[in-house]
Design a binder for this molecule. Structure first.
Ligand SMILES: CC(C)(COP(=O)(O)OP(=O)(O)OC[C@H]1O[C@@H](n2cnc3c(N)ncnc32)[C@H](O)[C@@H]1OP(=O)(O)O)[C@@H](O)C(=O)NCCC(=O)NCCS
Length: 154
């Protein structure tokens, strides 16, 4: 496989990102038995706004967008979300790579990274644990899915 490159995404790629995000998160929807999970209900306009207001890093294979991850600031906390990789390219290090690129691109105010992973998504939780994230609490999202809140000091 050619090298993957990582770069910040702007609102002009919202449509392409919507396609990749919906494809990537379908497996999570299946696992939890609902299509109403936030990565699937976000609209094109929502994504455009997010691309303007938060930091999203994309992974590219040549010119193709194949993965992404988002960082939203809350004082010294950088919330990571929407870590997703195109279904045909999962398991090849792209998810870990985009997470690392996002962490590296976070502004200096960020002292701690936090994220929520579905409690039943063991391989996702293992990926974050392997990168130094630890469970700090649990909560439920807007559709009642239990989330493990994980954190890593910068
Ligand atoms: C989760 C996800 C982003 C990981 O990206 P990836 O490129 O497939 O993962 P990597 O190749 O970097 O592998 C890192 C770890 O991810 C975990 N993992 C999670 N989903 C995986 C998948 N479908 N295939 C392979 N590994 C997966 C494994 O623990 C793996 O650890 P290993 O390297 O020790 O085997 C990607 O599989 C995906 O888009 N899944 C659907 C959307 C999703 O669940 N996002 C996370 C929300 S918290």
């Amino acid at each position: 496989m050619d090298a993957i490159t990582y770069r910040r995404l702007g609102p002009e790629v919202a449509g392409e990102l919507l396609t990749v995000q919906r494809a990537a998160f379908l497996s999570e929807a299946r696992a939890y038995g609902t299509l109403e999970i936030p990565p699937l209900t976000e609209t094109l306009d929502d994504l455009r706004r997010e691309l303007e207001s938060s930091l999203t890093i994309g992974a590219f294979l040549g010119r193709r967008l194949v993965g992404a991850a988002r960082l939203t600031l809350e004082d010294e906390i950088g919330w990571i979300s929407r870590v997703g990789v195109a279904p045909d390219l999962q398991g090849k290090g792209i998810g870990s790579g985009v997470l690392e690129a996002l962490e590296a691109a976070a502004p200096s105010q960020v002292q701690r990274f936090q994220l929520g992973a579905g409690a039943k998504s063991a391989s996702n939780i293992a990926m974050y644990e392997a990168r130094g994230y630890r469970e700090i609490s649990r909560t439920f999202d807007s559709v009642g899915i239990e989330l493990v809140i994980m954190a890593r000091e910068r």
